[in-house]
Design a protein around this ligand. Structure first.
Ligand code: AZE
Length: 183
């Protein structure tokens, strides 16, 4: 059982950002309030020589109710007291895309196959999250390996989001963003 207090959420122990670097495919997501990435979401994390983490992300979005495009996003991460908890500053390559400053918590990862990410945008008076988003990432665009599903389900439950995810589609050959990239 868990109390769903944001401050009590357990994150990845001894998080190693170097092993986390590289390409991750979103295979499931829980949406926040408002505009969000729809599908074909691929993130690429990079660690600079000084240890600074940055990322790029792509995904299909629909803006202004009708314009479908591939959002190309950039992010820089600020460290906190916990090595698995970051503050993420992000912005779009196109000026009309979103900018923001969100939490970026790594809840669990084995670095080679799966990762569970969490961000709470707004905490309520009772300490639970009232506007969160979360990604389940895989190193494989085809999805999670069956052997990773149990731990991912367990982690979804621990962050009080079990049953709130949708699968993220990756259009095969070619993926949406390789044909609809806007720079
Ligand atoms: C994330 C991985 C690390 C880099 C970034 C991520 C989040 C991106 C968004 C983008 C939203 C874009 C919208 C455009 C109209 C966590 C996937 C930047 C939240 C809504």
């Amino acid at each position: 059982a868990q109390d769903c207090q944001v401050d009590n959420i357990q994150v990845m122990q001894n998080f190693n950002r170097t092993k986390y670097a590289g390409t991750w495919y979103a295979v499931a997501k829980k949406d926040p309030v408002g505009l969000f990435l729809l599908d074909n979401i691929v993130a690429q994390f990079n660690i600079a020589e000084d240890g600074q983490m940055t990322a790029t992300a792509e995904g299909r979005v629909i803006i202004l109710q009708q314009w479908e495009l591939c959002a190309h996003m950039f992010a820089t991460f600020e460290d906190t007291y916990d090595p698995a908890k970051f503050k993420m500053k992000y912005w779009g390559a196109a000026a009309n895309l979103q900018t923001g400053y969100d939490d970026h918590w790594v809840i669990s990862t084995d670095y080679d196959n799966y990762a569970v990410h969490y961000a709470c945008r707004e905490k309520g008076y009772d300490g639970t999250c009232i506007d969160s988003y979360s990604f389940v990432f895989s190193r494989h665009p085809t999805g999670l390996r069956p052997e990773d599903q149990y731990i991912v389900t367990q982690k979804k439950q621990e962050i009080c989001l079990l049953g709130k995810y949708r699968r993220v589609q990756h259009n095969v050959s070619p993926v949406f963003c390789s044909t609809h990239r806007v720079t």
